[in-house]
Design a protein around this ligand. Structure first.
Ligand SMILES: [Zn+2]
Length: 162
């Protein structure tokens, strides 16, 4: 079991959690809603576990390479498009993905545009949660448009044995 700490101040940011080799499938990225979750997608990770996502996540979004075909599974979640054409995530790789209830209360980021989402932040607009010391430590996805999770940002946190 590990706990994740703020790299800047050492504040403990999570409950004791056990690392999984990958983000689980059922109930994960492509899972269907579980019992009691009919109105929203499921949590990406179960309680008491964490996983490292090798794919880039969220903002910034950049134009997709023209020579690449996308099969619908795009790093960082659904692709977007704007005047630049098809965009894909160039956000942080290696985020630590946790169930939100395994992460301590964090402060909201002062940039309100990072909290845009439906009924909560969609987690695709960059770091939106701060440690109590002010360090940018987490990306919370907590609305009905995506599987919910709190991602701790590599470099801003460190994992140590619980
Ligand atoms: Zn801190």
């Amino acid at each position: 079991m590990d706990v994740l700490l703020c790299a800047a101040c050492g504040h403990r940011l999570t409950a004791p959690v056990r690392r999984l080799d990958e983000i689980p499938g059922p109930g994960g990225r492509d899972g269907l809603p579980g019992p009691g979750e009919a109105r929203r997608p499921p949590a990406l990770l179960p309680r008491g576990r964490y996983a490292v996502d090798p794919l880039p996540h969220g903002a910034p979004f950049v134009p997709a390479p023209k020579d690449r075909e996308y099969d619908g599974v795009v790093p960082g979640g659904p692709w977007r498009s704007d005047a630049r054409g098809l965009l894909v995530s160039a956000g942080p790789r290696g985020t630590y993905v946790l169930h939100p209830l395994d992460v301590v209360a964090l402060d909201p980021h002062p940039d309100v545009t990072r909290h845009i989402g439906c009924c909560g932040p969609d987690g695709e607009r960059g770091v939106n949660r701060l440690c109590r010391c002010g360090a940018e430590v987490a990306i919370a996805a907590d609305d009905c448009t995506t599987a919910y999770a709190t991602r701790l940002v590599p470099g801003a946190v460190r994992a140590v044995p619980a």
